[in-house]
Design a protein around this ligand. Structure first.
Ligand code: UP5
Length: 190
């Protein structure tokens, strides 16, 4: 199955900025298929695959899993889907991720949805979540934030320089954030 006609939107923002929460609402309202890079990696851990233990160690340390693994999972999920419209959440997290996706999958995003949120709010949200994630603790959160600032913000800058970034203030209620998201999707995906 060819993906020449696939539409991809990347969703980026710090850990806890609300990417997953908003992606669920985008699926309901705009008929996209949601591919959470972190969710696909977690499914690999849960399946007990040979890479699972290695992936879990990266996650515990807040480090970015080697691109070939994540890109392969994303590509498989896209090929298995009937849909041609994808929101890819939490990816690309560094320049290497970005280059690997462009080289292997060969698709440029329509645009990049970027959730901006103060660091203290991110930390509070993650600590409040309390769902037993291996990386939601005071040891890993600062590492996740550091990786985000040092490695993911440059990816956002890259797309910004191409005029592709749609920024949303994520420090508001879920519904208020979605109002912003909705107007962007109405404008750019019709
Ligand atoms: N919440 C959400 N919106 C809110 C709002 N507006 N007001 C108040 N509360 C709000 O939300 C986080 C929490 O905040 C929830 O409790 C929610 O109810 C509340 P969520 O929607 O889950 O935010 P999200 O941005 O998705 O947060 P998450 O922690 O999942 O983001 P991460 O980017 O850290 O997680 P991800 O799963 O993408 O990655 C985890 C790890 O996997 C990475 O650290 C890395 O080790 C690895 N990874 C890779 O190596 N490569 C990849 O490509 C992807 C992941």
């Amino acid at each position: 199955q060819s993906h020449d006609a696939a539409i991809v939107v990347f969703v980026l923002g710090g850990p806890g900025s609300g990417k997953g929460t908003q992606c669920q609402k985008i699926v309901e309202h705009f008929g996209f298929t949601h591919l959470g890079a972190g969710d696909l990696l977690q499914a690999e851990i849960d399946s007990g695959s040979e890479n699972g233990a290695m992936i879990e160690n990266f996650k515990k340390e807040g480090k970015i899993v080697p691109s070939e693994i994540t890109v392969r999972l994303l590509q498989q999920a896209m090929q298995q889907s009937e849909n041609k419209k994808f929101i890819i959440d939490g990816f690309p997290r560094n320049e290497e991720n970005r280059a690997a996706f462009e080289n292997i999958v060969g698709i440029e995003p329509e645009f990049v949805l970027f959730f901006e949120c103060p660091e203290e709010v991110l930390t509070k949200r993650i600590l409040n979540r309390n769902q037993g994630r291996v990386d939601d603790n005071v040891h890993t959160i600062p590492k996740r934030l550091k990786v985000y600032f040092e490695q993911t913000l440059p990816v956002i800058d890259h797309y910004s320089s191409k005029g592709k970034v749609q920024k949303v203030d994520a420090h508001r209620s879920v519904d208020e954030v979605f109002e912003g998201v909705k107007s962007i999707f109405c404008r750019l995906t019709k």
